[in-house]
Design a protein around this ligand. Structure first.
Ligand code: NAD
Length: 333
């Protein structure tokens, strides 16, 4: 199948390579023409050091590459998804499947990214969200990886399974698009917070607590917004949370570590040198929690540290000294 991958960061490039290995005709589009030139000339993406780009991979900075494609993968940072979908809209061929692989929630609208895409391209196109525990660096090195393809349309989700699946890349299908997308976006806030705790020198106990209670609040908000509880216990939920909270590949965690060690937030975000989605997601998640009335103490704490310069030490004490709770909200009712 002819496929365009839009966004030549680490993730777009790694997925383009999976598709190419599966025999597809793949073009990798770069936002920045200079970036496209570097990829072509060096045969390597600086985000995937040591991974040679296959000779068959085509490069372009011209969005016209989407014409005639059976599938288009949107792999830009979340803040650029609307702009990219808008550019696409007039160029798409009828029947093209759109695959959203970015992780975030739109800042001003609180829409998930497939909702953003749909609002730009219209309801005629089938859209699939692909998400799960998957570092680009590891996919690039053929490390066995599993993800989930979620769509309201079963045939579209199953087509995405067929496009991507190979012995090192396994794809499950799901109909819970909202759950998968919210899990993907919200876990980045927890990963950043886990990094802050690591940077402050706290141990495994703290991180396990943060991940467990973090997942609990992600699921609470996700369910309130229409996601399914089981999704948060799945690959896009706990799976991705584990990978981002524990790995040095996670830029969200690395950004948190810098903040925990005392680097001012804007400097820490800049120093990472790649998109830190958890920073943006903290503000949108806080807005969604306020709007729905869902209690999200860890997300609120992260928001205060990231946007209001609150001292992480104060925040941890506040979290630890909140009023006593039942672990399971429905206990003894
Ligand atoms: N890296 C991973 O392991 C990974 C895994 C799963 C999902 N994701 C998600 O994929 C998305 C992209 O991440 P990445 O790691 O590839 O990012 P990256 O930081 O490696 O690259 C960002 C890319 O976005 C491009 N870009 C910048 N501004 C743009 C704009 N206005 N319009 C279009 N493109 C623009 C840059 O040129 C660059 O190619 C993020 O939402 C991320 O959360 C990443």
């Amino acid at each position: 199948m002819k496929i365009a991958v839009l966004g030549s960061g680490g993730w777009g490039t790694a997925l383009a390579m999976v598709l190419l290995e599966n025999g597809h005709d793949v073009t990798l589009w770069s936002y920045n023409p200079a970036e496209s030139k570097v990829l072509q000339e060096t045969g390597e993406n600086p985000m995937l050091k040591g991974v040679p780009l296959p000779a068959e991979l085509k490069f372009t900075a011209d969005m016209a590459c989407v014409a005639g494609c059976g599938a288009v993968v949107l792999a830009t940072p979340s803040f650029a998804v609307r702009e990219t979908a808008r550019k696409l809209a007039g160029l798409l061929t009828h029947g093209t499947i759109l695959i959203s692989v970015s992780k975030g929630i739109e800042k001003d609208t609180s829409l998930t990214l497939t909702q953003v895409i749909e609002s730009e391209v219209g309801e005629d196109f089938k859209i699939v969200a692909l998400s799960g525990p998957s570092h680009a660096e590891e996919v690039g090195r053929h490390v066995p990886t599993t993800v989930v393809a979620a769509s309201r349309d079963q045939a579209a989700a199953e087509l995405v399974q067929d496009l991507f699946m190979n012995p090192r890349f396994r794809v499950y299908a799901s109909d819970d698009v909202v759950g998968v997308e919210l899990a993907a976006a919200l876990k980045n806030v927890i990963a950043l917070s886990a990094g802050v705790c690591d940077g402050m020198g706290f141990g495994d106990n703290t991180k396990a607590a943060l991940m467990t209670r973090g997942l609990s609040e992600i699921a609470r908000l996700g369910e309130a917004l229409g996601g399914r509880k089981e999704t948060f216990a799945g690959l896009a939920g706990v799976g991705d949370l584990i990978v981002t909270c524990t790995s040095m590949h996670s830029r969200n965690r690395r950004c948190g570590i810098l903040i925990g060690k005392g680097t001012p937030v804007p400097e820490a975000v800049k120093e990472i040198g790649a998109v830190v989605e958890g920073y943006y997601a903290a503000a949108t998640a806080k807005a969604l929690a306020d709007k729905t009335g869902v209690e999200m103490p860890i997300t609120e704490a992260a928001y205060q540290v990231l946007y209001h310069g609150k001292d992480p030490r104060v925040v941890i004490t506040e979290l630890m000294t909140r009023a006593k709770k039942h672990e399971i909200e429905e206990s003894w009712v």
